[in-house]
Design a protein around this ligand. Structure first.
Ligand code: SAH
Length: 494
């Protein structure tokens, strides 16, 4: 049967086109006689030569062959593999324009997906909080290099997939965009400089002892990922090797590798995580510390946090302080409020708020993160925080229906009708049962911290239809050079 192809152009057709817009994934958008071309790595304002890779009736994906006339907003990427690597999508766009693009994305999603009025959103949106060069030099804990702009080397965590190179030697790097092919990069410019020293040690050890990298296709091989975290304030380093095995003993000559790693200044914790599942999920549930501590510490907003390899911890500490500062500001705390912090991780937002609240209840699904949260409260002498392990969409309804106790029974009434509920869900947003219970609990204010403005828009629509008013919206750039953007939103009871 013949396949009908209505596309006016075919693969290989070449065009010269001016880039007029930027798509959701950071790609450049140009038009040829009303026909749309999506061109990855082309920057708004560029004049480019591009060839069609895949064409449809109304649009095509084209390859950037040549920049004929660079846009005034185009910059030279610091990273030599920025085009091949899927980690950064907009490193070639000036930082100022990156922020503009991200704020625009939040605005568009609220309007298109949330069904909010464009003028209304325009009126309440506050400017995106970006990274500022002067603030960063010391706080990111970098000592070796200077003169690198603030929007690089900001990540305190990296998870490098391990694979096998063409020459058979082990490699570490990042996935190419939309694939699972590993682009070798040991020194990613978003991460800390120690990443390279650590990966060198691991890869050398693997090569010397003929330890095979894991192969996703066959499910064979041992080393899957290396997770590295650095406390920017404490300078402490954590390494976690994720291996395809049922026991940490399956990793050969651990002591030799430990000897190399512990010599790296700042090393505090070395662990092995077991993951023998055929899955995209990086970490398995089982963890064994093979040297040093189970957790590292770091200080945020004046509070010391203990962080285990399995716990979520914001990756950009400089911006996290501004993000939490905005959330605390939106929460409008005066000292007596009852606050729920849903999706609380290791309790970072809960404890930042506890100082100015009556009582804070945190809910989080990862048990190790809740262990950290409880320790964090104790270590910082914070006594007015209670943490529950479980899914927000299960714990909150259970509490509401009286199936879960409050810390102090006479505070139960207050917890049922809190002053503030904060949510900070993963990208998929909040579960409907969670939102419904929030509406029943009817807090005065809801502070929504979101890392995906599409699911944010969907959830805000539910909350607004349920009787809340959208008051403030502020994007905060936690992930420079990528298309991702965090947003803090304030809703009040209408
Ligand atoms: N507020 C914290 C964590 C935010 S990330 C911080 O700023 O550090 C989102 C957190 O939600 C993660 O810790 C994740 O483990 C947790 N999580 C994911 N699904 C969940 C669910 N259904 N219920 C509760 N927590 C969940």
């Amino acid at each position: 049967m013949a396949v009908k192809n209505d596309a006016p152009y075919k693969k290989g057709d070449v065009f010269t086109v001016r880039i007029e817009d930027i798509g959701n994934d950071g790609e450049g958008i140009g038009k040829v006689d009303g026909y749309t071309l999506f061109i990855k790595d082309a920057v708004i304002g560029d004049l480019v030569k591009a060839s069609i890779m895949k064409s449809k009736k109304n649009y095509a994906y084209a390859h950037l062959d040549e920049v004929i006339e660079p846009s005034k907003d185009r910059v030279t990427p610091l990273c030599p593999v920025s085009r091949a690597c899927g980690g950064c999508q907009i490193q070639n766009l000036s930082y100022e324009k990156q922020l503009e693009f991200k704020a625009g994305k939040v605005r568009n999603n609220l309007i298109r997906l949330g069904g909010f009025d464009a003028d209304f959103i325009e009126g309440i949106m506050e400017p995106a909080i970006g990274m500022v060069d002067d603030e960063v030099a010391v706080s990111r804990g970098t000592t070796k290099e200077s003169g690198i702009p603030a929007h690089f080397r900001y990540r305190n965590k990296a998870q490098f997939p391990i694979g096998t190179g063409k020459d058979g030697k082990p490699i570490a790097g990042f996935y190419a965009g939309r694939t699972h092919a590993i682009i070798p990069v040991e020194d990613c410019f978003l991460g800390v400089e120690e990443n390279k020293d650590i990966l060198d040690a691991v890869l050398n050890h693997m090569e010397k002892n003929k330890i095979p990298a894991y192969d996703e296709k066959t499910g064979k091989g041992l080393v899957r990922h290396v997770l590295i975290r650095k406390g920017f304030t404490s300078g402490e380093l954590m390494v976690c090797l994720v291996i395809n095995a049922k026991s940490a003993k399956a990793f050969p000559k651990t002591e030799q590798l430990v000897d190399k790693l512990k010599a790296i200044p700042g090393m505090k914790s070395i662990s092995i995580n077991l993951n023998s599942k055929n899955t995209n999920v990086i970490l398995g549930d089982e963890l064994e510390t093979i040297w040093g501590e189970d957790s590292i510490t770091d200080t945020l907003c004046g509070i010391e946090f203990s962080i285990s390899p399995l716990s979520f911890y914001q990756v950009n500490p400089v911006q996290t302080e501004k993000l939490y500062g905005t959330a605390v500001d939106y929460a409008g705390l005066t000292g007596n409020e009852t606050v729920w912090d849903l999706y609380c991780g290791i309790g970072t937002i809960s404890l930042s708020m506890a100082k100015n609240a009556g009582h804070v209840y945190g809910v989080e699904v990862i048990p190790q993160a809740i262990d950290n949260a409880r320790d964090n409260a104790k270590n910082n002498n914070i006594n007015n925080a209670t943490f529950y392990v479980g899914k927000a969409e299960e714990v909150l309804p259970a509490f509401y229906e009286g199936k879960l106790g409050a810390e102090v029974e006479d505070s139960r009434e207050k917890a049922l009708h809190p002053d503030v509920i904060v949510v900070d869900p993963p990208r998929k947003g909040c579960d409907k049962d969670c939102l419904d219970t929030m509406l029943k609990m009817s807090p005065d204010r809801i502070v929504y911290v979101s890392c995906d403005s599409a699911t944010l828009a969907r959830d805000l629509r539910i909350l607004v239809d349920g009787g809340y008013e959208l008051k403030r919206v502020r994007p905060c750039d936690m992930f420079p050079n990528t298309i991702h953007i965090e947003t803090v939103v304030l809703l009040t009871k209408a």
